[in-house]
Design a protein around this ligand. Structure first.
Ligand SMILES: Cc1ncc(COP(=O)(O)O)c(C=O)c1O
Ligand SMILES: N[C@@H](CCCC[NH3+])C(=O)O
Length: 438
């Protein structure tokens, strides 16, 4: 087997994923298909872990499961002794059904409902990350009604703008998430939580954005949070046990991306926290991070079958595949860029530039504009790399197209972990309309 650092190839020259030939995967499970190389997931997670262990600090790595949520991935994260970040009753329920230890679950969200909070409280999740004043009231009510106590953190917006697409920036002041620090809302939230005997404030949280390719934003985030904590120490004698810095660590989607290693992010973040702790004379908190994309992104591959080919003189041809924006909305939503190859010969030299189009009734459903591909034919299996994060998890049934199956491949074995939807699944929640006759 030969490999470059982006994908692996077997003796037949075919793409392999987790040691399984991608052509066999496509034949066995049909396309469109999402395949994860599970060893890659484990390796990414371990890299973060090792980096923290080397720094000799107390830490937790909480997988942000919005990137890809399923029972199987929750099992893998549990095997790796990870924590889990969930953002909805649905993700929380999936974690429960996966048998994930609730004490390691962080519950996020900018508009958690009372019933979601109740589910979290009844199952004693590790921490609820409070996002707004309305939620403080709701949770206070739930805790009072159930005579329960729970750990909380405050999510704050420290006023840091990450250099990334504006739809995936979150740490700036003008954001729907969290308590603003500068205008005093974070401090007001602190007072409310400290006054509530049922809430145990274990620390603070911030998340500055996603797909971040440099460390400067994280360092600034640390500085701003630690300045805030210094004031809270002086004014309220409050010291945080946990500093949760969120996720956002960028990955490589194409050969043009220069992604930093997990070690680099971790080293620089820990260093900055240690500097601030010394400067402000605070105790060193445990450092938590919430990587999502960087755990599952590069491990994921989307396999499609090429179909129609359209060529107008003087314009680039369109090659359409059997999936598209329904299983990967990111190109349409964020102009996200990806790289494609032919599974039968990933190393073949590209000979043409084409638009790789999806099958959905939307002109914007182009998976890759100006993709460089070798000559291809209908029936060829096209693989798009690095689709493991925010692909399947953001999938829809637009045009009533069933969502693809998801397969985990590891050590030469492949196993379906989410079944392909059927047409019957699609109509399973439909009801016939009973017209009322006056
Ligand atoms: C609070 C929070 N934590 C973690 C993440 C995960 O981000 P990423 O997948 O970029 O690591 C997100 C999403 O951006 C988030 O909103
Ligand atoms: N869905 C986004 C990331 C959102 C992160 C959630 N806070 C993406 O695909 O890049």
């Amino acid at each position: 087997m030969s490999q470059n650092d982006f994908y692996q190839v077997n003796e037949q020259g075919h793409l392999t994923i987790g040691g399984v030939d991608a052509l066999d995967l496509a034949a066995r499970f049909q396309t469109p298909l999402v395949v994860y190389d599970v060893a890659n997931i484990r390796q990414q997670f371990q890299s973060f872990k090792q980096a923290f262990s080397q720094q000799k600090v107390d830490y937790a790595i909480s997988y942000a499961s919005k990137a890809f949520a399923s029972i199987a991935i929750y099992q893998v994260i549990d095997q790796l002794n990870g924590h889990l970040d969930v953002v909805s009753g649905g993700e929380l329920y999936t974690a429960l059904r996966a048998g994930f230890p609730m004490s390691k679950v962080s519950f996020h969200g900018n508009n958690k409902s009372k019933s979601e909070l109740l589910l979290a409280v009844q199952n004693q999740v590790g921490v609820i990350i409070l996002d707004n004043f309305y939620e403080i009231k709701l949770l206070a009510q739930v805790l009072e009604d159930t005579h329960t106590q729970i750990n909380v953190m405050l999510r704050v917006t420290p006023g840091v703008s990450a250099h990334t697409h504006k739809y995936i920036q979150t740490g700036q002041e003008d954001s729907k998430f969290g308590f603003d620090v500068r205008c005093g809302q974070a401090e007001e939230a602190l007072q409310q939580v400290l006054a509530n005997k049922n809430m145990k404030l274990i620390g603070v949280h911030a998340h500055i954005g996603s797909q971040i390719m440099e460390t400067a934003g994280f360092k600034l985030e640390v500085q701003k949070l630690m300045q805030m904590l210094k004031q809270w120490d002086q004014k309220y004698q409050y010291q945080a046990s946990v500093l949760n810095l969120g996720g956002g660590f960028g990955i490589r989607y194409t050969d043009h991306d220069q992604a930093l290693q997990p070690e680099t992010f971790v080293e620089q973040i820990v260093q900055e926290v240690q500097n601030c702790v010394q400067q402000y004379n605070l105790k060193l908190p445990a450092i938590w991070i919430e990587p999502g994309r960087s755990i599952v992104g590069t491990a994921g591959y989307s396999l499609y079958t090429a179909g129609s080919y359209k060529k107008v003189p003087d314009l680039l041809p369109y090659i359409a595949v059997d999936g598209g924006m329904g299983d990967n909305i990111r190109p349409a939503l964020y102009q996200a860029e990806y790289q494609a190859l032919l599974a039968r010969d990933p190393q073949a030299q590209p000979t043409e530039t084409v638009h790789l189009a999806g099958r959905y009734c939307e002109s914007g459903d182009i998976l890759i504009e100006k993709a460089s591909l070798p000559e291809s034919y209908p029936g060829d299996i096209v693989a798009i790399l690095s689709t493991g994060a925010y692909g399947y998890s953001m999938a829809s049934n637009y045009n009533r197209v069933p969502r693809p199956a998801v397969v985990f491949a590891e050590n030469g074995h492949a196993q379906e972990v989410i079944k392909r939807e059927t047409y019957d699944d699609l109509i399973s929640h439909d009801c016939f309309y009973q017209e009322n006759e006056e």
